[in-house]
Write a protein that binds this ligand. Sequence first.
Ligand SMILES: [Zn+2]
Ligand SMILES: [Zn+2]
Length: 597
Amino acid sequence: MNPDDDSDRLYRMRHSAAHVLATAVLDMFPDARLGIGPPTDEGFYYDFDLPRALTPDDLTTLEAQMRTHRQADYPFEYAQHDRAEALAYFREHGQPYKVELIQDLPADETISTYTSGPFVDLCRGPHVEGTGGIGAFKLLSVAGAYWRGDERRGQLQRVYGTAFETEADLAAHLTRLEEARRRDHRTLARELDLFSINPAVGAGLVLWHPKGAQVRELLETFWREEHRRRGYDMVYSPHVGRKELWETSGHTQWFAEGLFPEMQLEHQTFINKPMNCPFHVQIFASQTRSYRDLPLRFGELGTVYRFERSGTLHGALRVRGLTQDDAHIFCRRDQFTDEVSGALDLATFIYQTFGFTDYTVELSVRDASGSAKFAGSDDLWELAEEGLLEALNRRQLAFTRVEGEAAFYGPKIDIQVADAIGRRWQLTTIQVDFNLPERFDITYEAADGTRQRPVMVHRAIFGAMERFVAVLTEHFAGAFPVWLAPVQVVLIPIADRHVDYCQTAAERLAAAGLRAQVDARAERMNRKIRDAQLQKTPYMLIAGDRDAAAGAVSVRLRSGDDLGAMSVDEFLDAVLPCIESRDPAGLGFPAGSGSAA
Ligand SMILES: [Zn+2]
Ligand SMILES: [Zn+2]
């Protein structure tokens, strides 16, 4: 890249802001050693080796110093150097990390620096013209980061920041960050008592508490019912199996870094399953299959174990034990396009249920050049890709084509959904595979009596239960739709003498299929209402003397609406249809009905 490079202005502004940050850090700590400082999708960071830990106050001081350098508007000046010259400069200036970076550059690589006022950085650019062009910026946080991601090396302090063209854009971004923080599933999971991850159990391994388990069970029941309706059979398979299975499938070769360590038992080697596929293949192979039996669709909520570095784990979004909503479809070549189309239909149906209306689709194929990462013959890859294309076109789904991102055994369709605040989450994957049937040598008997290879379609709609519940928690900010709410109704007696009346009403609700609890604690009514609201319980039914005499309850919604008194039957008439239809947003009463409490 050269200084005239015309790439995205925001990217150049953020990269330039990183340099200005380093300038300010050197003002504060003249002996600071500098790591790298790149722009990112959301801002920029710079890694520093400093004599002490940075505090929030330091960030404020650094911002003020950055404003001074922005005011000075030093031009960014580009220069090329030979290796010896560059090494000498950074050695002299006490920058061992920069020296290491230069030493690791290939021999033919151009070595360049950018100078802005007092600061010189090893850098390829591009930048804005001068430090005055870095726009509106903010330093956000400090976190530990290993030099070049290597856990054996010392930790540096990574300062994160962001920059935008205008103060208004920056303010909007900070509001979005705040909104994302408010929705953080790790915080909500604790507050709503959904699930936990505990170092005593192990990093990346999720414990489902009763309320989180209730949400998951409802999702699983919905998933199973919808799959049965669409001709899937459910199967179960173990959590460990002989390593040979994944040697045959190719996972030990192509997925080696993701496997848990092996176990030796009676001269055989076992691993925790990283994928469910070989088990489902074995179920297919357990009897002679005829062309008339196909397609066979085996579904399983199968828990798999994958090694992820502790630094990459993130709440329930990125874990080491995950329950895939997996299925493998075994079909004939003339059937797989229909099967992919059916899986796309199922995925979009399921998205609707959660109010996900905006999603992006990617078709991932092999890279055209080196196919060493990918198994199988060219014509089968082409056939698989054609089928996926046809299925996408049939459903008129717009997509982008991504080269080199296919699974090792075949091309795939990935779908990302946008949540309530516009963040995109990878959920669904649908993969066509001519490869595993070959490797496991599975066949079916064709109409002409010959033995033929089935095609496999691997697919998951939610992706994984852990991740999906985390995504839903953030999407709904913990206020799950009524059908998913772990507790749907809290009954609140105004005084102790109303507890029995509430209990009787709760039994009526339970008989109608609702999850209702009586809050009989010795707390004031207002405290109980506030607690139920904090738990995002959809309905609070309050009962006092007048309600009891009239056989009624006073209904409050978690939205804050106070609907006044109604009979339990009236309440059920409004609420049950909303549960049956799995309404993603409504509470069964028109929005704004009643008076705001
Ligand atoms: Zn740079
Ligand atoms: Zn699979």
